[in-house]
Design a protein around this ligand. Structure first.
Ligand SMILES: C[S@@+](CC[C@H](N)C(=O)[O-])C[C@H]1O[C@@H](n2cnc3c(N)ncnc32)[C@H](O)[C@@H]1O
Length: 264
């Protein structure tokens, strides 16, 4: 865990483990599994049954837990001890057996050569690393032939409004997380706590590092790594930049998910 970005990012999530949803029982967990199902362009929750799934950058684990409850065997990795601790508590609370949690960095991830997953998901993570493309390539190596990989990233165009706000906060408040959060509250929420809560506020306004990506760039990563593009959320038309522009105009797509299949 040598790099500076990793240290700073880890320190944010040690203090503000994300997303820290208030889950007390199994009921309702399907919502998270349905979110993943929609993100990968599948229709039936049975899709997950019996699948071996890696969630890279699992945070406090709500997505992974929901997939395990659908009958998948899930491995979640994350750099943040605090997040993994919360995920372990969730695992215990919901009595989930088929879900393993491991502390690991995507950029130096080490599984045995033989370990290959049917599906690798990584949502909202690679853009917080010092080398998202390398992280993606590391994850591709862990996908079985004909298996799926699905990544969610901040969009260069779609996130333009937020990028401006973030820049203002960072210039005025400096690096201190709480100063940034207090300033963001004052400037953008009339001094109130935003309805999404403090963890969300930290993730959106105190973050020490985020990068921005385009659908064309991710399609390039896919091509170079034998990943055939399957779907994007929001949907992409033929003219990628026009689609991205339509996302920003429709106030969608600040975060976009692209999914592909590893060609055998
Ligand atoms: C915004 S949260 C997303 C959590 C989860 N994927 C979700 O969508 O709810 C980003 C997570 O990525 C983790 N993370 C950041 N850099 C990482 C890295 N290099 N390797 C593994 N996890 C990382 C953070 O600790 C954090 O829990």
């Amino acid at each position: 865990m040598a790099d500076e970005i990793l240290k700073k990012v880890k320190s944010l999530y040690e203090k503000y483990p994300y997303p820290s949803r208030n889950v007390t029982r199994r009921k309702g967990m399907e919502t998270y599994a349905k979110w993943v199902l929609n993100a990968i362009g599948e229709k039936d929750l049975d899709f997950f049954k019996g699948k071996f799934i890696l969630e890279a950058g699992c945070g406090t684990g709500e997505l992974g837990a929901s997939l395990a409850l659908c009958g998948a065997k899930v491995v979640g990795i994350d750099i943040s001890n605090a997040s993994l601790k919360k995920a372990e508590e969730l695992k215990k609370r919901l009595d989930i057996k088929n879900w393993d949690l491991i502390q690991s960095d995507i950029l130096s991830i080490a599984f045995s050569q033989k370990t290959k997953f049917d599906l690798v998901i990584s949502y909202g993570v690679l853009h917080h690393t010092s080398n998202p493309k390398k992280g993606f390539e590391n994850l591709v190596r862990l996908v079985k032939d004909n298996g799926l990989i699905s990544i969610g990233l901040y969009n260069r165009i779609g996130r333009i409004r937020h990028r401006i706000k973030r820049k203002i906060v960072n210039v005025i408040a400096g690096e201190n997380f709480e100063k940034r959060m207090n300033l963001a509250r004052k400037l953008f929420f009339f001094g109130e706590m935003p309805k999404q809560g403090i963890i969300w506020l930290a993730d959106k306004y105190a973050h020490p590092h985020e990068s921005y990506h385009s659908a064309r760039e991710v399609k390039g990563w896919f091509r170079k790594n034998r990943i055939k593009f399957i779907s994007s959320k929001p949907d992409l038309g033929k003219m990628l930049e026009v689609s991205e522009l339509s996302w920003v105009l429709g106030r969608r797509g600040a975060f976009f998910v692209m999914t592909g299949i590893k060609e055998g």
